[in-house]
Design a protein around this ligand. Sequence first.
Ligand code: GLN
Length: 311
Amino acid sequence: MGSGADVITDTLETIHDALVRNRSGEVASYIPKLAQADPEEFAIALASVGGHSYQSGDVDATFTLQSASKPFVYALALTELGWSGVSPWLRTEPSGERFDGISLEPGTGRPMNPMINAGAMVATALIPGAGPEEKFAKILNTLSRFAGRPLEVDEEVFASEVATGDRNRALGYLMHAAGALPGEVNETADLYFRQCSVKATVGDVALMAATLAGGGTNPVTGEQVVPPRVATKVLAVMATCGMYNASGDWLVRVGLPAKSGVSGIVLAASPGRSGIAAFSPNLDSTGNTVRGIAALRMISERFRLHLMHNP
Ligand code: GLN
């Protein structure tokens, strides 16, 4: 792959080594199974839209996607229903609130955006299907096509989420009471918990991000997973809303559309160039991975990926 590949791999290694001793933050504990994560694990991956992959650290570690599933299910909803079918149900405004906040539009009950839990449940409820099995099969199939390989559900994490998911069900009931949830509350919550419990590696997630960065085409399989216009909209919503109440600061400092999850994964997309993912379970107070966001900040700086940068 020549010296370009060596430079990228060396950079990922250097960044990994610079951050691996940072043990600040804490693993998520409100979902009991997630509390068992190994806080030492740390992996970084970059996938180019040309189909090359570069990785460093614990690249075989698996984790659940959690909120990193949200952009991809939103992409599926947009693909199936179009903008006109989705936008009446879901706003695309940053909420400035926590991922599990009651960020609903006064009057209509519409969630502020699909990157927070309330909005993600609406996106999930919008996926067409005869019943929950068919809907979930479609969701899992889409996540797998983004990753370029068949992904599976971690049943233990799923059971743990169902057992402790009252806050998300409460968000569901609030939306349902306002006529703002296009599905039944418990069915929707379970589908959402299932999508959050899909297992992946950091390389999978980098490729999922690279697929968005490449206009919806998976760089390795060559499959058009979602249309370019959908990828563009999803990236725009990730840029403004993907890091919850840290989204503004993130866009200023890193300058890339991104999405994090409480398992400790974070992904970012550099449009037309690459997808980047970092995994490490210790989280900061906003629920974002400490080492992961530091790694992405360094990668963005090192490769001058900030979207507002004048080349
Ligand atoms: N399954 C988690 C929840 O709904 C996902 C949240 C997250 O990753 N921020 O609480």
